[in-house]
Design a binder for this molecule. Structure first.
Ligand code: SRM
Ligand code: SF4
Length: 513
């Protein structure tokens, strides 16, 4: 395999330096060795950084207990895969669990380095990979969670999402062509009408659009969040057919980014910074050259014309007599027994398929009408309900201080407790999407929320305490746009009365009597 051409750079930052000394993917060949010597004896850069190239994340908060980030194109997995992942985390007892991520993916926790070679064998046996899921690689590729099931869908993107992932990862084996990007990179391929993937926050997003009567995709580029800057994606002024052209164009954009993206300052390395430096026209020309044929100009409008759905509850599929059921998974957290139970109910009542959403929930599809009643009375649905309380329903949270060393605050557990209190006290008349994120990296996407809470430190009564900055105005689905910070530095201890007031005054909530 060819090593990607490296841009000459005399002012290499420490990340560029260690990448040019040894590609991150090289640790793939050393996993048995690491398992033998143990994590304490590992080279520090291999431990803290390069392991992320194979999806293994050293957690300074829980040393020796690693996180493993998978790749689940379109957020789809089988009951067999879920069962295997449950068995992996079960081994770690109280330390083991799995989180559904904001890129409709799974992260396992508690993993020990000595188990990694065996875990990888087991993943491979069920067709799973975690390769290139962290650091300067392309993240899990998102698509509609109801692809192929939704009667109103325009394009079933499952094939394209998988094919694009296979191109980038050499079908899960690892691909040195794309393991040294200037920074992380996000791709979304939307086939529905409701922008289920948050197209606007991806480095490349494909959104359905008709051109001269043919259904294909308009292409958006450069969307991203970072601590320094957040931008919505902008139109590339390009349209592609809904076929392998999507894969070719993704490759062309990645090659341009890889070869020309800015590498000296990691705060200014995401794709949008290159587009800024070059101007859109020069960027488009370079992409067209790599694409190797003329790029059609964008269709005048795209077909995103619905409000975003959350898929919680029962919906009819386009296939006669079949249903999909969205289950609410509080803050996306699963334990081994939950994973076994999900695998079992998907197998018994459906076809064994399980899907994840970017709202960190689960969908079980392909449940025949005659199985629906029995499915809905499964004990698991008391925990993962189809009718959650209104505020809990739309709650999203990043990992936060429990496991993430960037975190300025605890998020998931706090978010859950707080939302339960608010749901008890308030009667909601509309859905309100509340997103928590533990630091300005914005993994919990506060900018797409009605109410976004970003972790910070604040001074209260002469002490430094955990707090949040408040974001509002995020609009998803049709005409999506990003919310902005409207108030800084609210102490977490003051949040209940503060949020209650906002919910009453701005979202029509009423105090329960
Ligand atoms: Fe993220 C870094 C978790 C989605 C922006 N993100 C991290 C790390 C790896 C930091 C670390 O090493 O501790 C976090 C791992 C914590 C842990 O133990 O779980 C982390 N990010 C997550 C997840 C798990 C949040 C969640 O609870 O769902 C999401 C995993 C997605 C996946 O399956 O791959 C996750 N991260 C996002 C998103 C949202 C999205 O993609 O829609 C963003 C904003 C969008 C974007 O990237 O443009 C996001 N994460 C970041 C950033 C800021 C990137 C930048 O350009 O500066 C970092 C920090 C970095 O890369 O240097 C980061
Ligand atoms: Fe960690 Fe910050 Fe991302 Fe939350 S937003 S997972 S605290 S890096």
């Amino acid at each position: 395999m060819v090593q990607a051409p490296q841009k000459e750079d005399t002012t290499q930052n420490k990340f560029e330096k260690f990448k040019s000394e040894k590609d991150g993917l090289a640790v793939r060949e050393e996993l048995d060795y690491f398992a033998n010597i143990g994590w304490e004896a590992m080279d520090k850069t291999d431990l803290e950084h390069r392991l992320k190239w194979v999806g293994i994340f050293y957690r300074p908060v829980t040393p020796g207990k690693f996180m493993m980030r998978l790749r689940l194109p379109n957020g789809i997995l089988t009951s067999e895969q879920m069962q295997t992942l449950g068995e992996v985390v079960q081994r770690y007892g109280d330390d083991g669990n799995a989180d559904i991520t904001t890129r409709q993916n799974l992260q396992l926790r508690g993993v020990r380095i000595e188990d990694v070679p065996d875990i990888f064998r087991r993943l491979r046996a069920v067709g799973l990979t975690s390769v290139q899921s962290g650091m300067d690689n392309v993240r899990n590729i998102t698509g509609s969670p109801v692809a192929g099931l939704d009667g109103d869908e325009l394009i079933d993107t499952r094939y394209l999402v998988q094919k694009t992932q296979d191109m980038i990862t050499n079908s899960g084996e690892g691909n040195l062509e794309f393991t040294n990007l200037p920074r992380k990179f996000n791709i979304a391929i939307e086939g529905g009408r409701d922008n289920s993937v948050h197209a606007e926050i991806n480095d490349i997003a494909y959104v359905p659009a008709y051109k001269d009567g043919e259904l294909g995709f308009n292409v958006l580029v450069g969307g991203f969040f970072s601590a320094k800057r957040c931008e919505a994606a902008i139109p590339l002024n390009a349209w592609v057919s809904a076929n392998d052209d999507v894969v070719d164009l993704s490759r062309a954009i990645l090659e341009v980014y890889r070869d020309h993206g800015l590498r000296s300052n990691r705060q200014k390395s995401r794709l949008m910074w290159l587009i800024d430096e070059w101007g859109l026209e020069k960027f488009r020309d370079a992409v067209e050259t790599h694409y190797g044929r003329p790029l059609a100009t964008a269709a005048p409008k795209d077909e995103i014309d619905w409000e975003k759905r959350d898929h919680i509850g029962v919906s009819k599929q386009k296939q006669a007599s079949l249903n999909l059921v969205g289950l609410h998974i509080p803050i996306g957290r699963l334990y081994a027994q939950d994973m076994f139970d999900l695998a079992r109910i998907a197998e018994v009542y459906g076809t064994g398929e399980i899907r994840l959403t970017v709202e960190q929930n689960v969908i079980i599809p392909n449940i025949p009408d005659e199985n629906l009643e029995a499915f809905l009375s499964e004990p698991l649905l008391e925990k993962f309900t189809t009718h959650p309380e209104p505020l809990a329903r739309a709650l999203v949270s990043c990992t936060g201080a429990q496991f993430c060393n960037f975190a300025l605050i605890e998020t998931k557990n706090r978010a859950l407790n707080l939302i339960r209190d608010l749901d008890q006290e308030l009667e909601m008349t509309q859905n309100v999407r509340i997103h928590w994120t533990g630091c300005p990296n914005s993994c919990g996407q506060p900018q797409v929320a009605d109410i976004g809470l970003m972790g910070t430190k604040v001074r209260k009564d002469g002490k430094t305490v955990e707090g949040v900055d408040l974001y509002m105005g995020g609009k998803v689905g049709k005409d999506a746009h990003l919310g902005t910070c409207v108030q800084k530095g609210i102490a977490c201890d003051d949040l209940i009365p503060f949020l209650k007031q906002i919910l009453v005054e701005q979202f029509g909530a009423k105090l329960k009597s």
